[in-house]
Design a protein around this ligand. Structure first.
Ligand code: FE2
Length: 314
């Protein structure tokens, strides 16, 4: 009990009492609600009967095994992004982007991820949230599986919280080596130059992001990268002046029609922002299709992926 109280007082010192209170109250009262709160009216991930209906429909049509196999066929994508005023020392810097692990839904994915990423030549790893399958309930299995992935990475790792995550995940995952950015900015040193990396708390359900806080720690005219679980805040991120925004949340649709056309995106933004690279004014963006699944561990016409972003001086 005493140890738990220490965790909360440390978090309060770090994020501020108002932020912590907002997080904890919403976690307890609203994490499993279907309608209202957050950025979308319907929280599809909390509709309990839907995964059951999808599961039995797929079993009935003999498609469950195919969908499960698709969900484990993890791809490695590469995305080159040209950033204006990027210091030449950072040209060629490689960032491994993982999102939406949800590993307690399919712990069999953990070894597949480790196998894919272990030998990748990267300078930094970033996680854009959603470590647990459900939006509430026990989180120890998700933390244990995620910790195994983090411990297999050799480059420094930074991450943000998603709408499936409780703030209580932070201490154990930081212990494993994943440094969280809770509306915080860090300067990552590379080849003698600084890369400014900001991360906001979940903007989708908790609406706990503070762009003002993170931007205050980016020096003027320095390019900076923003980690945000959902791309839904892209207009404000562009207005603040971020160069690159890395997100996840959408799973690129997860269960799509042929051609990768999503049926549901669970995000209040244009469909052009829900997967892969995109642009809004001067802001470059990239929305990861995600590693794991939500609801049912299946994918159709929508492979899971991790992405290596290669930074280039524009
Ligand atoms: Fe997710």
């Amino acid at each position: 009990m005493r140890q738990q109280l220490d965790i909360y007082s440390e978090l309060a010192e770090r994020v501020g009492e108002v932020h912590l209170r907002q997080r904890l109250v919403l976690q307890v009262e609203h994490a499993a609600q279907v309608f209202g709160q957050g950025r979308t009216l319907l929280h599809i991930e909390n509709v309990e009967w839907l995964p059951v209906a999808i599961y039995w429909t797929l079993r009935l049509f003999g498609l469950y095994g195919l969908g499960q196999g698709n969900a484990r066929a993890l791809e490695v994508h590469t995305n080159e992004v040209a950033i204006e005023e990027l210091p030449s020392a950072l040209d060629g810097m490689r960032l491994l982007h993982l999102s939406d692990l949800h590993l307690d839904l399919d712990p069999g994915l953990t070894d597949i991820i480790i196998d894919r990423v272990r030998d990748l030549d990267v300078d930094l790893c970033v996680f854009t949230g959603d470590y647990r399958a459900s939006t509430s309930g026990p989180y120890e299995p998700a933390v244990a599986q995620t910790s195994r992935v983090v411990e297999a990475l050799t480059a420094p790792s930074y991450g943000v919280l998603g709408n499936h995550d409780f703030i209580e995940f932070v201490p154990p995952l930081e212990q494993a080596g994943l440094r969280f950015l809770l509306n915080e900015t860090v300067a990552v040193e590379h080849n003698g130059a600084s890369l400014y990396l900001s991360g906001v708390d979940d903007p989708h359900f908790y609406r706990a992001e503070s762009l003002e806080k993170v931007a205050a720690h980016v020096p003027a005219r320095q390019p900076a990268i923003l980690l945000s679980h959902s791309p839904e805040i892209y207009r404000r991120a562009a207005a603040v002046g971020f160069s690159l925004m890395l997100s996840g949340h959408t799973h690129a649709g997860q269960i799509c029609l042929p051609g990768g056309v999503p049926i549901l995106t669970n995000a209040r933004c244009s469909r052009r922002l829900i997967k892969g690279p995109w642009r809004h004014g001067a802001l470059h963006g990239y929305t990861s299709p995600g590693v794991g699944c939500s609801g049912v561990p299946v994918r159709f016409f929508c492979p899971p992926a991790v992405t290596v972003h290669v930074l280039r001086s524009a």
